[in-house]
Design a protein around this ligand. Sequence first.
Ligand code: ADP
Ligand code: MG
Length: 244
Amino acid sequence: MSGILLELTKVSKAFDRHWVLREIDLQIAKGEVVVILGPSGCGKSTLLRCLNGLETAQAGSIRFCGQELTSGNVRWQHIRQQIGMVFQSYHLFPHLTVLDNIILGPVKAQRRSKREAEAQAEKLLERVGLLDKKHAYPRQLSGGQQQRIAIVRALCMNPEIILFDEVTAALDPEMVKEVLEVMLGLAEQGMTMVIVTHEMGFARAVADRIVFMDEGRICETGSPEAFFTKPKTERARRFLDKFL
Ligand code: ADP
Ligand code: MG
């Protein structure tokens, strides 16, 4: 099947016999932006973490570009270069400059030349409005700036897809917008993304498709228009009510 980048079939995951993902079926096409919504604890982070090997599903299949990720002999180091992830906390190395944070992966893991990686990093920094910070250290930057750097660091690996797990949740309100705008720009440029967020206006604007989860299951999927105007399930309605 061409066009499908990630294909999950009946993916289930338990922690200590407590099932936190239950038979998740999901396909993500190249260029698609999927936003995952759902109450706290419903399994959103666990789902993203299963997609890049930070957690292992006990059952089901995850295929990435046709390759089975739930088999034993996956080269995760290689896969993670193609499936980027950005977290709530930025995880920048405090002792490295912005530029060195960004080129670490490209140079060490991808064995690209420093000069070439730096050239790409500078282009990306310019795109997010932070080129003038390239020699700064993370502690000299605001949370919003650090998160934009973390996104640039993921982009500089030239991934096929990027997973975003509540990347604005720890930011002061005035910094949320600058990060969401970077993500909206990526969506416009055709980047494949899976986004977990509690920013409903952003979710509606950026998503091609909304996936609503509750208690480890996908309850409902649909266009943002359909989901936000006439959710099909009572659970989704209750969830959305909290944001009104
Ligand atoms: P969400 O991101 O939607 O808030 P999570 O995926 O973080 O939800 O968590 C789903 C469920 O799995 C929760 O009940 C949480 O307590 C549990 N959980 C998550 N990570 C672990 C872990 N490492 N060990 C045990 N339980 C976990
Ligand atoms: Mg989470």
